[in-house]
Design a protein around this ligand. Structure first.
Ligand SMILES: NC(=O)c1ccc[n+]([C@@H]2O[C@H](COP(=O)([O-])OP(=O)(O)OC[C@H]3O[C@@H](n4cnc5c(N)ncnc54)[C@H](OP(=O)(O)O)[C@@H]3O)[C@@H](O)[C@H]2O)c1
Length: 273
């Protein structure tokens, strides 16, 4: 793995799941990290776990708050650069699922989901670019294999992640001449607090993942975070504009059927993969 020692990374969604594991892996590689999430309590726990990975506590900055607020996006960028003097890596991981077909989707839901899944990465990437141009840095977006296969029961979620793929491709092309790389990872079902938080029956999600993913199982956060760290490091120096699936082959299969069999309906609605 290309060295990340003393590089400066800003990770959104670091208070839980994939973002938290990304923080732990970056910490183990001695990367300086600014971590955001809404839960200050969870961010504190992740900070302790990063220190356990060997990172000095002075090299960890916690920035709790809501990314749907543009002034907060500006603040986390400014505070990261003020604290560490530079910015090398932005990981846009914060996001949320959303259930509903076209016929029952509201504009309120559309706006809520797009604000966190697409607007926040767009604004943060735009604000970060002048710093990333200086450091020849990288952006890693956390998309989803749901952007690649049709999943009518999670229409707005799929649209938001497809938009994130578009941001990845186009920003990569625009900034390649400046030496800035922009990539994404596209996980399949990955066991995180996301499912319980959204009321899914976790056992059903695990069973469904066995059938829906050619590798026969759901993913682990460490597998997704390793891909994020790879794209953040010089080991991927010739990779830009790429959405790397970490989905056990899920996206090679057709999307979910329009209506699930009865025994799957409940879990499927809560598992957008
Ligand atoms: N798990 C999967 O199967 C899967 C599959 C494909 C893609 N993904 C994507 O992976 C990313 C991480 O998901 P995860 O599974 O790790 O979910 P998670 O455990 O629920 O974590 C979501 C993170 O996003 C943060 N967040 C959500 N809304 C926010 C807001 N308005 N402002 C600030 N932070 C906010 C949460 O902060 P708080 O907890 O502090 O509120 C949390 O840190 C998401 O973009 C998701 O779409 C997940």
């Amino acid at each position: 793995m290309g060295s990340l020692r003393r590089k400066v990374a800003l990770v959104t969604g670091a208070s839980s799941g994939i973002g938290a594991e990304t923080a732990r892996q970056l910490a183990s590689l001695n990367c300086q990290i600014a971590l955001t999430g809404r839960s200050a309590g969870n961010l504190g726990k992740i900070k302790d776990e990063c220190i356990e990975q060997g990172l000095d506590e002075n090299l960890i900055l916690l920035l709790p708050g809501d990314l749907t607020d543009d002034t907060f996006l500006e603040r986390i960028l400014n505070e990261t650069v003020k604290e560490f003097g530079r910015l090398d890596i932005v990981v846009n991981c914060a996001g949320r699922p959303c259930l509903g077909y076209l016929e029952d989707s509201s504009m309120e839901m559309f706006d809520e989901v797009f604000k966190i899944n697409l607007r926040a990465p767009f604004v943060l990437t735009q604000l970060a670019m002048s710093h990333l141009v200086k450091s020849k840095g990288v952006v890693v977006n956390v998309s989803s294999c749901a952007s690649l296969v049709s999943h009518p029961s999670s229409l707005i979620y799929c649209m938001s992640k497809a938009g994130l793929d578009g941001l990845t491709h186009s920003a990569a092309q625009e900034y390649a001449k400046c030496g800035v790389r922009v990539n994404a990872v596209s996980p399949g079902a990955t066991m995180t607090p996301l499912f319980e938080r959204n009321g899914a029956d976790v056992d059903k999600v695990i069973e469904m993942s066995k059938r829906r993913h050619p590798l026969g199982r759901h993913g682990d956060v460490s597998e997704v975070a390793k891909a994020i760290v790879f794209l953040a490091s010089d080991s991927s120096s010739m990779v830009t504009g790429h959405c790397l699936t970490v989905d056990g082959g899920r996206s090679t299969l057709p999307g979910a059927p329009l209506k699930e069999a009865d025994d799957d309906a409940d879990s499927s609605m809560k598992c957008p993969l």
